[in-house]
Write a protein that binds this ligand. Structure first.
Ligand code: NAD
Length: 455
């Protein structure tokens, strides 16, 4: 079980703990399977392969029996549905929707729903499994789930997105519920999508705000939820910075993916005094050594501007973003974007994984060998699910906390997760990622054992 630790155990540690020749060797062998990639492209290794690799490493270290490995790897329930939508072109387009409930030993299933043309069942399986370990590492009483629809969200009109969201909810509502499974936003979904989900569910079950989280404030959403994942990443930065000798006023950072997670992380880093020197989104990338104002860029993008057109910055090839000299790199786009083909180009001291599975195992090994301190997705981006937990608690009580209370409680949980995982990493001489998986898997095992599911 995760040991109790103090701040002094974790922060103030000067020696770089994130080096593991064993991991590096194992992952380097996987490079052959991963294949050579051009910089900036997503790796061919799938999100499922990435999560499986880290899961296998952890259960091996824990010495878990083969039968139990199967129990904890395989999802509890997988639902695939057809979503036909009549679009503006007059044709009915058929999309596939997935909801995968991976493990519910620690509480109701919890996980976002993604709208993206590359969504497939394996990606959703990977993300559902990651949620199981993430909720356990954060210590919030949920299991892990994920959903996705393979629609080209960026090309669709709001009315089409609404039809897709409502149709999906109609088809999966039987396996959802405030005590069963609670969706949330992910890539290309947001508070509006959650409002449609809640409304559709309410037609069948009556007003049920706790059916999903990440809702608009006007519909019993929580203060602080929209910013929570980005804010959680910044709490991670604050924990790790002293170890790496970084002071906020001197820190430069780059963000890959200026969406919900990336833009909030950037704005909050900037509030601390850090300087954003490069940023990208699906439209392109820009850099400026003098700094790019994250608040102004956010306003510019939200008012319809394209990121590469933002003034006072040099447009760069998105493939070169990883090579920009900076202290902190924040991947906040899609999975597999840091891979064998570009990991060696990274110049940062600290990588905080805002995105899910942004780093392939081979890239992870390269970064470890190059002395880059990696705070893994399974803890770094847990801020979203932590404030989703707060939203759920508030909804069950029909009571609202103010933003300060939400942010303070988020900070407490993120700091605790960081300190518990980094203490374990130090104890075993392993990187944070391996330690986080050990902590998460042990907690899920313990809940399953005491329920009597496994022995
Ligand atoms: P989002 O849709 O708001 O933002 C995604 C951003 O990535 C957009 O700006 C998009 O333009 C950009 N992008 C897409 N392809 C890109 C590319 N090839 N290069 C650079 N940028 C690209 O999504 P989000 O909610 O911010 O999620 C981002 C990541 O964070 C995902 O991996 C998601 O699973 C993860 N995450 C999100 C939350 C949350 O609360 N929203 C919680 C945990 C993890």
């Amino acid at each position: 079980m995760a040991p109790e630790t103090t701040a002094a155990d974790a922060v103030g540690e000067r020696e770089h703990p994130d080096k593991s020749p064993e991991t590096s060797d194992r992952a380097r062998e996987d490079a052959q399977a991963e294949g050579k990639k051009k910089p900036g492209q997503r790796a061919e290794v799938s999100n499922l392969d990435i999560v499986r690799h880290y899961f296998d490493g952890a259960v091996e270290r824990l010495g878990m029996r083969d039968d139990l490995r199967t129990v904890f790897w395989s999802p509890y329930r997988e639902v695939t549905v057809q979503i036909p939508v009549k679009q503006a072109d007059g044709k009915t387009h058929v999309y596939s929707g997935y909801r995968i409930q991976h493990n519910g030993a620690r509480g109701p299933y919890k996980g976002g729903v993604r709208f993206h043309p590359e969504v497939d069942i394996d990606e959703v399986r990977a993300l559902a499994s990651l949620m199981t370990w993430k909720t356990a590492v954060a210590g919030v009483p949920f299991g892990g789930a994920k959903g996705g629809i393979n629609c080209p969200a960026n090309e669709l009109e709001a009315s089409e997105l609404q039809s897709i969201a409502r149709s999906f909810m109609d088809k999966i509502e039987k396996v959802l519920g405030p005590t069963r499974d609670i969706p949330a936003p992910d890539v290309n979904t947001n508070a509006q999508t959650m409002a449609w989900f809640m409304d559709e569910y309410g037609k069948l079950h009556g007003h049920t705000p706790a059916i999903c989280t990440g809702k608009p404030i006007a519909l019993e959403g929580s203060h602080g939820r929209e910013a929570a994942t980005g804010r959680g990443c910044v709490y991670m930065f604050r924990e790790a910075a002293p170890q790496l000798g970084l002071s906020p006023a001197e820190t430069t950072f780059a963000v890959q993916g200026f969406g919900n997670v990336g833009s909030w992380a950037a704005r909050i880093m900037q509030q601390l005094g850090c300087k954003m020197v490069a940023v990208s989104d699906a439209n392109g990338a820009i850099r400026s050594d003098a700094g790019i104002d994250a608040d102004e860029l956010d306003r510019f993008v939200k008012s319809g501007g394209k990121l590469p057109d933002f003034g006072d910055a040099e447009t760069i090839d998105p493939e070169d973003l990883v090579a920009v000299e900076c202290d902190v790199f924040l991947p906040a786009a899609l999975g597999g974007m840091i891979h064998e083909g570009n990991a060696d180009r990274m110049q940062c001291k600290l990588l905080i994984e805002g995105a899910n599975s942004p780093t392939t195992p081979t890239a992870d090994a390269i970064l470890n060998q190059n002395g880059v301190y990696v705070i893994p997705d399974v803890m770094a981006n847990a801020g979203g699910v932590v404030v989703s937990y707060f939203e759920w608690v508030q909804n069950l009580q029909h009571f609202r906390w103010d933003e300060r209370e939400v942010n303070d409680k988020l900070g407490t949980i993120m700091r605790r997760a960081y300190r518990e995982v980094s203490a374990r990493a130090k104890e075993e001489g392993i990187p944070l990622r391996e330690a986080a998986y050990l902590v998460g898997i042990e907690r899920v095992f313990e809940a399953s054992r005491t329920r009597g599911y496994v022995s």
